[in-house]
Write a protein that binds this ligand. Structure first.
Ligand SMILES: [Zn+2]
Length: 72
């Protein structure tokens, strides 16, 4: 167990992450595989556009929902 605050994945950003961007690169990953980037409010749009224009973005989920166990 760790209570370390997850940090935004944007370059140079040290803000606490609020969003999880789930993505998959079909050239590298199997279809079920999900890579994740974390994003603060400020960088959510920037990072999701980066993935979106490449066709890699699958989902944008609130971090608290991502961490919550399914059905809890
Ligand atoms: Zn950020």
């Amino acid at each position: 167990m760790s209570d370390e605050t997850p940090i935004c994945s944007a370059k140079g950003c040290r803000a606490a992450a609020v969003w999880v961007l789930a993505w998959n690169n079909p050239k590298i990953h199997t279809p079920q595989r999900r890579k994740t980037w974390l994003a603060c409010e400020e960088h959510r749009e920037h990072l999701s556009q980066f993935l979106g224009v490449r066709g890699l973005l699958k989902d944008v989920i609130l971090l608290e929902e991502w961490e919550a166990p399914e059905g809890a």
